[in-house]
Each structure stands twice: as C-alpha cells, then as structure tokens.
Design a protein around this ligand. Sequence first.
Ligand SMILES: NC(=O)C1=CN([C@@H]2O[C@H](COP(=O)(O)OP(=O)(O)OC[C@H]3O[C@@H](n4cnc5c(N)ncnc54)[C@H](OP(=O)(O)O)[C@@H]3O)[C@@H](O)[C@H]2O)C=CC1
Ligand SMILES: CC(=O)N[C@@H](CCC(=O)OP(=O)(O)O)C(=O)O
Length: 343
Amino acid sequence: MKVAVLGASGYGSAELIRLLENHPHVEIEALISSSQEGEGLMNVYPHLSHINRTLEKWDVEQLSSRVDAVFFAAPAGVSSQLLPEVVERGLIAIDLAGDFRLTPEEYRVWYGKEPAMNSWISKAVYGLSEWNREEIKTARLLTNPGCYATATLLGLLPLAKAGAIAKGPLIIDGKSGVSGAGRGLQTNRLFSEVEGNLFPYKVAEHQHTPEIEHYLERMGGASHVVTFTPQIVPMSRGILATIYAPVEAGWTTHQLREAVATTYHEHPFIRLCERGRWPRTKDVTGSNFCDLQVKVDERTGMIITAVAIDNLMKGAAGQAVQNLNIIMGWQETMGLKMLPLYP
Ligand SMILES: NC(=O)C1=CN([C@@H]2O[C@H](COP(=O)(O)OP(=O)(O)OC[C@H]3O[C@@H](n4cnc5c(N)ncnc54)[C@H](OP(=O)(O)O)[C@@H]3O)[C@@H](O)[C@H]2O)C=CC1
Ligand SMILES: CC(=O)N[C@@H](CCC(=O)OP(=O)(O)O)C(=O)O
C-alpha cells in the first residue's frame, strides 16, 4: 500500500520513515512538509541521504489519488483541521498527536486549544494496540496514544482489570528522554539545560493525565484520579514510568505477575521481566518492545510497577505501524521485528 507522512521534518516522521522503508507491504509515496516544501530529504535528515526524495506541500485533493493512508506527525491542533478531509476521501488516517484522544472539553482544558469537532472525535479509535485490537481492525481514523499514556496504561490495565488496585492515590512518576519533546527548539530542551540535569515539568498539568484516567476507566473498568509528574532525563530516547497504587487486600506479587503474564502471553511486544529484574530504557531502545515489572510492597500496601518503552517506537511511530498492521490484517509484528539497539 502507498502512504504519506505529514510533519516530515520532525522526529516522529523520521522514525516512521525508518520503519516504513523496511516494511514489506508499504511504500512511502509522499512526505509532506509545511516549512520545507521542495527541500530534499537528505538536507532535512542527512542520515537518510541515500533516499532521493523531495518534501511536498499538503494537497489533499492530489494526495487522495496517490495514497491509501496518511500518518499525521504534527503538533496538536494540525490534524483536527486537516485529518477529517482525508477520512472523507476514503483514506486511512493515523494521528500521532492528541487531537482525537479526549473529549472536546478535556482537550480545551489540557491542550489549551480549540478541539476537533465532536462528530470526528467520536469516530476515532484509540490505538493502544494490545487493548483495542478488535476496534482497531475496522478503524479509519486511528488516534495513536500518547507516549507516557502508552507506558502507564500498559502497566496499569492488567492490574485494574484483575481488580488488584484499591481505592486511594495513584501516582505516576514518568521520566522521558528529550526526543519526546520533538525537534523544535525549546529552551528547556537545549543540551546545556538537559546534560547533567534532571527536572520535572508540567507538574499536575500534563496533557496525558486525562488520557490515562479516561482509558483506565474505559478499558480497565477502574475509575481513578491520578497524580502524574513527568520529568526530563538527559538521554535522547526512552520512557520509564514508575507507578504506585494501593493494593487490594490479599494480592501478592506472585498473583500480580500471573495477572500480567496471562494478559500479555499472546502479545509479542510486551515482555514481563524475570522476578527481581526491573525494566531499563536501554533494553528497549530502537525497538517496539515494552518491558514491565510489578511487585507488592508489603510494608506500605502499595503496588509498584515499572514500565520501559522507547518514546519514538512503542510510544509513537512503532505503535502507529503496529496499528496499521492490525487495520490491514497483516501480522502485527510486520516491519517491527528489529531488536533493541544495545548498548
Ligand atoms: N516525540 C515523541 O516521542 C512523541 C510525539 N508524539 C506526538 O507526535 C506528533 C509529532 O511529534 P514529533 O515528531 O516529536 O514533533 P516535532 O516537533 O519533531 O515535529 C513535528 C513536525 O510537524 C510539522 N509542523 C509543525 N507545525 C506545523 C503546522 N502548523 N502545520 C503543519 N505541520 C506542522 C513540522 O514539520 P514540517 O515543517 O516538515 O511540516 C514539525 O517538524 C506531536 O503531536 C507529538 O506530540 C506522540 C508520542 C511521542
Ligand atoms: C519530553 C516531552 O516534552 N514530551 C512531550 C510529549 C509530547 C506528546 O507526546 O504529546 P501528545 O501526546 O500530547 O501529542 C510532553 O511531555 O509534552
């Protein structure tokens, strides 16, 4: 099938190009750029200098006769404007931004922007691949989950579904590499600010907070208010989410591990670490794997679960390709079998 990628000069697109170039059933037909139309890909991304391709401007009319699907990898507020006309023309749209994940009211509050039309939001299918496979199969408008939300939900949903989480504070400590913020210049993401440094941001204000609460309830049947503190770590890629939740009486570490193992035993990208081994971002770098571990702290009555993903892979482009595979009825791992880059 032929696809277009919009937001060509960004990190999400670079990762999509890396994956789609190696996908046996996909051909990249167009790379769309709002700022670098006419520019050669090699000038935007020298690491892709062997690919002779020119970035194009957005022209939905012309594109609709050339491609079957469009990946949107632009900042919030772009896909809400451009994506509906893609779906109207019968193409598949996969959106990496948050424009179709929340209700209009939530979006207005947490993104501080005008939301997409509710009629379009209600058509969107949430692309947490392991938890929504049946709906994803028929999706035409696929909203890919946020990176922190992916890590957190993959860790919490098996526990919530099993009924192991008691009422009480649910706390997420999220740490992300700098590429999570995209390629645009931001003072707090400069080398001199990030190197040798570690700091929280958007404390109690992060836009993935309502996404986590919303889908924890919808897919895990558990209604919780979460406290979420994201932090920037001096590395390029990777997310580690460490989550603390009160345990229901009677649950042991062994039982929680059983619940997680049973939930994911047929899901090739989810790896429950051996007992005593905790996830590390480097164990998943460059791959679509999600590593997790869970334990009950008997002394405090809290569950501690830690989840590692690569923000650009399972947290963005990797999961987007996984979702395309599900929509097309292809093997879920197609084009995604690369091993992590180590060390
Ligand atoms: N980075 C990550 O780890 C993750 C990112 N996401 C989300 O995916 C999306 C893409 O992220 P990422 O690639 O990292 O971001 P970048 O900032 O690296 O790239 C976004 C690209 O979008 C294009 N763009 C910017 N403004 C506009 C505009 N007004 N209209 C159309 N296109 C525009 C630009 O490309 P050009 O100039 O070529 O048009 C820009 O390079 C974002 O919504 C992000 O929140 C989701 C999960 C994880
Ligand atoms: C490290 C870093 O800055 N990360 C970004 C992730 C952006 C993102 O993925 O945003 P949406 O899912 O809302 O599109 C952030 O925390 O805002």
